[in-house]
Design a protein around this ligand. Structure first.
Ligand SMILES: *Cc1c(COP(=O)(O)O)cnc(C)c1O
Length: 371
């Protein structure tokens, strides 16, 4: 009874703060609404070749893997996907997970022991921050992209491990990876980069932002620009050997369906070869800045993630509502997900130039009416 009361009270608190969240069944395309809130940056979730690979995979292997990977759940499709990832990111090994959330937990839970020190960028994704808190290590957070703060903490605590995102999910800015690599290598720390929002989008062949520095561990997720779902830790032989023995999220979880592995494999092939997708994103981004009203401008981002900072949660919600009634889905992201409420606009190469221009006009009107 005590527990039930506590749950109800916490939900009621969220409600009274205007921070209650809920599902919104996605019927946007049926309603003719343009979606500016998806992470399907390259439009690959709708690519014919990927859908076909998924279907053919089901015909070949069935719907599921049937077991965890170290029992009988590991198929040639998984091995080929790993090889494609290693080749793409120029790393020796890759280990597949059902989600990025699980992969981040697996890494931080298994690689760190009591007494180890872990440093993370303050704005790292919830999966990383929570994994660090629940891990055996002692966690310190450095100020966002602040190299002085990172150096200071590295020296003070002689950190075993440093973790940053490559492209930050809510701000769309990039980490200064060469500087972080230098500082962490001088401190003899292991470096892990979560490249969830860079993979497919950044780099000549979409190889992400981490490939330029070759960190010890890179998280790649398949549910964002690659348009499917799942994740991999891409790493050295030594990290792989260890994770394979000790990462419980790997050992005790059903392997991803082999058909899904085939779909991701096909998606990687398209992300590598179809450069027009990244080129189109770049031109939509330029168009966005050309038409976004001056007062709404946040710092420029070189990624498809375009935050527009609002004064408070209510304002963010009201603008988001008004945009929706005008035919644009733009999510309001509020605390505790982010420190400052914002609209998180994401561009996709499925968007048309006229849609981006219309969104900017609608933003101008909505903010003028509300803010
Ligand atoms: C989405 C995301 C994850 C989690 O990945 P899933 O595959 O969706 O579980 C991890 N890190 C970052 C930075 C993300 O944006």
């Amino acid at each position: 009874m005590k527990l039930k009361q506590r749950w109800q009270q916490r939900v009621a608190e969220r409600h009274s703060q205007g921070l209650l969240r809920g599902h919104d069944v996605n019927q946007l395309s049926q309603r003719g609404v343009v979606n500016f809130s998806s992470n399907d940056y390259l439009g690959l979730s709708q690519a014919t070749a990927v859908k076909q690979a998924f279907c053919e995979g089901i015909a070949q292997y069935g719907s599921g893997s049937g077991a965890s990977p170290l029992v009988t759940g590991y198929f040639p499709a998984h091995r080929e996907l790993e090889a494609a990832l290693c080749d793409w990111l120029n790393q020796p090994r890759a280990l597949l997970f059902s989600s990025g959330f699980a992969a981040n937990q697996a890494a931080l839970f298994s690689l760190l022991d009591k007494g180890d020190v872990l440093l993370q960028d303050r704005l790292n994704h919830a999966s990383l921050i929570e994994a660090g808190l629940l891990s055996n290590a002692t966690q310190w957070r450095f100020r966002h992209n602040d190299m002085h703060d990172l150096s200071r903490l590295c020296q003070r605590h002689s950190a075993e491990m440093v973790v940053t995102e490559g492209v930050f999910s809510m701000d769309g800015d990039m980490a200064p990876l060469p500087d972080i690599a230098k500082i962490s290598s001088e401190a003899n720390s292991v470096l892990m980069v979560d490249d969830a929002h860079a993979i497919g989008v950044v780099g000549e062949q979409g190889e992400g932002s981490a490939s330029q520095i070759s960190p010890d561990i890179t998280l790649v997720t398949f549910g964002k620009a690659l348009g499917v779902a799942g994740a991999a830790l891409v790493c050295s032989e030594a990290v792989y050997d260890y994770l394979l023995q000790f990462a419980r999220h790997y050992t005790y979880s059903t392997a991803m369906p082999p058909a899904q592995a085939l779909a991701v494999y096909q998606s990687i092939r398209l992300a590598q070869s179809e450069r027009w997708r990244r080129e189109k994103l770049a031109s939509l981004s330029a168009l966005f800045y050309q038409h976004l009203p001056e007062p709404l401008r946040s710092p420029y981002t070189a990624t498809p993630i375009k935050p527009v900072i609002m004064e408070n949660a209510d304002q963010a919600l009201a603008v988001s509502q008004q945009l929706l009634s005008g035919g644009f889905k733009v999510s309001a992201i509020r605390p505790p997900t982010v420190p400052t409420s914002r609209l998180r606009i994401t561009l996709s190469c499925d968007h048309q130039p006229h849609e981006v221009i219309a969104l900017c006009r609608a933003l101008d009107k909505a903010t003028e009416a509300i803010c």
